[in-house]
Design a protein around this ligand. Sequence first.
Ligand SMILES: CC(=O)N[C@H]1[C@@H](OP(=O)(O)OP(=O)(O)OC[C@H]2O[C@@H](n3ccc(=O)[nH]c3=O)[C@H](O)[C@@H]2O)O[C@H](CO)[C@@H](O)[C@@H]1O
Ligand SMILES: C=C(OP(=O)(O)O)C(=O)O
Length: 508
Amino acid sequence: MSDDYLVRIGKLIRDARQHRGWTQSQLAEALGTSQSAVNRIERGNQNISLEMIARIGEALDSEIVSLGYAGPMHLRVVGGRRLSGSIDVKTSKNACVALLCASLLNKGRTVLRRVARIEEVFRILEVLNSIGVRTRWINDGVDLEIVPPATLDLNAIDAEAARRTRSIIMFLGPLLHRMNHFKLPYAGGCDLGTRTVEPHLIALRRFGLDITATEGIYHAEVQRTSPDRPIVLTERGDTVTENALLAAARHDGVTVIRNASSNYMVQDLCFFLEALGVKVEGIGTTTLTVHGVHTIDVDVDYSPSEDPVEAMSLLAAAVVTESELTIRRVPIEFMEIELAVLEEMGLHADRSAEYAADNGRTRLVDLTVRPSKLEAPIDKIHPMPFPGLNIDNVPFFAAIAAVAQGKTLIHDWVYDNRAIYLTDLNRLGGRLQLLDPHRVLVEGPTRWRAAEMMCPPALRPAVVVLLAMMAAEGTSVLRNVYVINRGYEDLAERLNSVGAQIETFRDI
Ligand SMILES: CC(=O)N[C@H]1[C@@H](OP(=O)(O)OP(=O)(O)OC[C@H]2O[C@@H](n3ccc(=O)[nH]c3=O)[C@H](O)[C@@H]2O)O[C@H](CO)[C@@H](O)[C@@H]1O
Ligand SMILES: C=C(OP(=O)(O)O)C(=O)O
């Protein structure tokens, strides 16, 4: 763009902002950037992408800067390029959404460091803002500050934002301590088939929460009681464990939760609860003993840990593009089984010495993946609750199996609809056979070919398709990638920084 053009666009943006009655800081906050960046944009001193113009248009709800506005985002991928260098893993979507819900426990100011700027986080922030919670990006848009009001206005809830995420269900645990009756929209999220909420309702009933569900709304009635014996979760789910923890945190007494998940997001939540003054015993095991406190009113500062699923995604990117890539800040405890399986398949990877994540607890390593000749594993790939192979990492094994010699059986017993989407890889030259809704047989190696296709409506399969496009010679197009942006911050840009060629565009 010529400088003159930038100045004109900057002026349009300033006019639209002033028309809305916003300061530069308010616009910066809505965009997750700094006031100084907005100032530069408005003065025409900063190159601005169509993508950013579209985001500003959406934030300001302005026709003036509606160039490229609103339509779904797509990716154009020039494949066949090797990646090189190093890339950092960001904080995890799944811990960040849990911690945002957990901030509702605290009357004081919560600061969460380096929160992933992803659509899933934006949806929860929209919901929090709509009920009166003040949130703002600070430190150049890197950290998040959350200040709750004295009373929450649940009648004003942004139901549309709430319905786009499943994580809204984690409002139940904190809210049962704040009000006696409330309503919440049904939880949504990825289209992975039916996902039960029953275990949440069973666990929370022990604290006196009674839910009836009608016409897309949960009606909650609370008559607070003490769980008189351990809460035994009917399944070892991550968010149900988190919900039980959130309820137990402000229950004035000791709660024992059995069959608890000890997965990464649960551990991050436990560390955060400890920072709030709630003692949790058994972190990392399947029995958690929570010493709840009646009131939590502290100014807390916490750094959520890195995302093992993003680490796996980046590792898979290196494998399918036959690249040497260093993935920094890998939470190794949550990748060990994946790496053990991959080593058996023939993957060469070096690990650095371990170092601590910013939360002081999670162990990180830098992992250098080298081009390797892979063989299909002898046994099937199947997930288990932690410490098993992570359920969300299973789809990446489909892409990796596709470049390995031989046949790999992938058994995703967890989700009804996720394995099906993996067969989208066939459009790119893959040879995947759906044996039943849960089992896929992948035959490799694959000669990938470019294609234009719609994004599958599920986060991890969508990223797997993107990775195959990066491996395929030629130009591919992936349409409507909201689902990827739900869980990955600036993925295209970050992959480009290590050698990929991915352009974002919208229908104008
Ligand atoms: C925001 C968040 O953190 N989301 C994660 C969380 O979702 P979440 O905790 O919501 O996962 P679900 O409750 O949907 O559980 C996933 C599926 O596994 C089944 N199930 C689970 C445990 C068990 O012991 N037995 C069993 O059958 C459930 O019935 C369901 O079909 O955990 C999932 C499983 O790790 C991950 O894919 C999601 O990324
Ligand atoms: C299934 C996932 O997430 P969610 O629970 O947010 O749908 C995922 O992260 O892969």
